[in-house]
Design a protein around this ligand. Structure first.
Ligand code: PPS
Length: 300
C-alpha cells in the first residue's frame, strides 16, 4: 500500500450507516454485489463470528487441521487473512475478500465472515456448506472490540470506554447488535445441522475437547498426536508470536495503541466496566436476551 493511501485511510475513519437494518461501514458494503453473488462450492467452510469472538483462533485451527501437515510452506509464507479470506472485506488498494476467495487454490476453501445470519449470501445455503460459528460473552467481546476500534484505522473512532459501551448496547458498532448476531445464528443452528456453534470460553477451557468436536463435525480423522501438535501451535502465546497469525503484517493497525492478540482471556471485562456500567449492562442484557436459550459464561 502506498504511503499516501495509508495516510488517507488513517486520517479518514469510516462512519457508521444503516445497511439493511445493520450498522455498517463502506469497507464491508462496497463490494456487496460480488458478496451476494459469491460462487460457492459444496465443500466451502464458512467461519462466522461477531467481530472479536475468536475468528482468527478458529480460522487458524481449521487451516492447520486441513493443511498443516501437507502444505508446510503455508505456515511460513501466508498470513491468516490470505489463507482464510474475509468475504465482505473491501478496503481500497487491498484485494477484496471475494477476489481472494475466488483465487484460493485449496480444497476446501476456508472463508471468514462477520455477517449476521440473515445477510449470509444465498450460495452458502443453496450448496449446504458447513459453517462454524464462534460466539464470545458480550462483556469480553465488547472490551476486545473497543480496543480493536482504537487501533484499527479502518474502523470507526470508538470514543472513550463509557461512550463505547453505550454504543455497543445500542448496536451502534460495525455488524450491528451483538445480541441479534449471536441469537440469530443460534436460532438458525436449531434447524441446520451443518452449523457448529462454538463458544470462545469453551475453547479457553479445553482446546483439545473443542478440537475433537471440530474434527467430528467436519468428518476429519485427525490423529490424537496431530491434534496435540495443533493445540500447541494455536495457544495464545504461540499465535501472538507468529507473524502469520498475529496480523502484524497489516498496515492499518497500530499495535502501539493495542496489539491484535491483546490478552486472550475470559473475564478481562472486570478491568473495564465500572460497577454502575456493569449493573446497567446486566439489566439491558436480560431484556435483550430474554427470548433466546443461548447461554454464555461471563464469570458473572
Ligand atoms: S477479528 O478482528 O474479528 O477477526 O478478531 P477475532 O480473531 O475474532 O478476535 C480477536 C480476539 O481473540 C483473541 N485470540 C485468542 N484468545 C485466546 N487464544 C488464542 N489463540 C487467540 N487468538 C486470538 C485475541 O487476543 C482477541 O481478544 P482480546 O480479548 O482482545 O485479547
Amino acid at each position: 500500500m502506498s504511503a499516501e493511501k495509508l495516510k488517507e485511510l488513517k486520517e479518514g475513519r469510516p462512519k457508521l450507516f444503516d445497511f439493511q437494518g445493520i450498522s455498517m461501514i463502506n469497507y464491508f458494503t462496497d463490494n456487496w454485489e460480488n458478496v451476494q453473488n459469491f460462487q460457492t462450492r459444496p465443500d466451502d467452510i464458512l467461519i462466522a463470528t461477531y467481530p472479536k469472538a475468536g475468528t482468527t483462533w478458529v480460522s487458524y485451527i481449521l487451516d492447520l487441521l486441513y493443511f498443516g501437515k501437507d502444505m508446510p510452506e503455508r505456515q511460513t509464507t501466508l498470513p491468516i487473512y490470505e489463507r482464510v479470506p474475509f468475504l465482505e472485506f473491501a478496503v481500497p488498494v487491498m484485494p477484496t475478500g471475494t477476489e481472494l476467495a475466488d483465487a484460493l487454490p485449496t480444497s476446501p476453501r476456508l472463508i471468514k465472515t462477520h455477517l449476521p445470519v440473515q445477510l449470509v449470501p444465498n450460495g452458502f445455503w443453496e450448496k449446504n456448506c458447513r459453517m462454524v460459528y464462534v460466539a464470545r460473552n458480550a462483556k469480553d467481546n465488547a472490551v476486545s472490540y473497543y480496543h480493536f476500534d482504537r487501533m484499527n484505522q479502518v474502523q470507526p473512532e470508538p470514543g472513550d470506554w463509557s461512550t463505547y459501551i453505550e454504543n455497543f448496547m445500542q448496536g451502534k458498532t460495525v455488524f450491528g447488535p451483538w445480541y441479534d448476531h449471536v441469537t440469530g445464528w443460534w436460532e438458525k443452528k436449531q434447524t441446520h445441522s451443518n452449523i457448529l456453534y462454538l463458544f470462545y470460553e469453551d475453547l479457553i477451557e479445553d482446546t483439545s475437547r473443542e478440537l475433537e468436536r471440530l474434527c467430528s463435525f467436519l468428518g476429519l480423522s485427525t490423529s490424537l498426536e496431530e491434534r496435540e501438535r495443533i493445540r500447541g501451535g494455536v495457544q495464545f502465546d504461540a499465535m501472538k508470536a507468529n507473524p502469520m497469525a498475529n496480523y502484524s503484517t497489516i498496515p492499518v493497525m497500530d499495535f502501539k495503541i493495542s496489539p491484535f492478540m491483546r490478552k486472550g482471556k475470559v473475564g478481562d471485562w472486570k478491568n473495564h466496566f465500572t460497577v454502575a456500567q456493569n449493573e446497567k449492562f446486566v439489566e439491558h442484557y436480560k431484556e435483550r436476551m430474554k427470548n433466546s436459550t443461548v447461554a454464555f459464561r461471563t464469570q458473572t
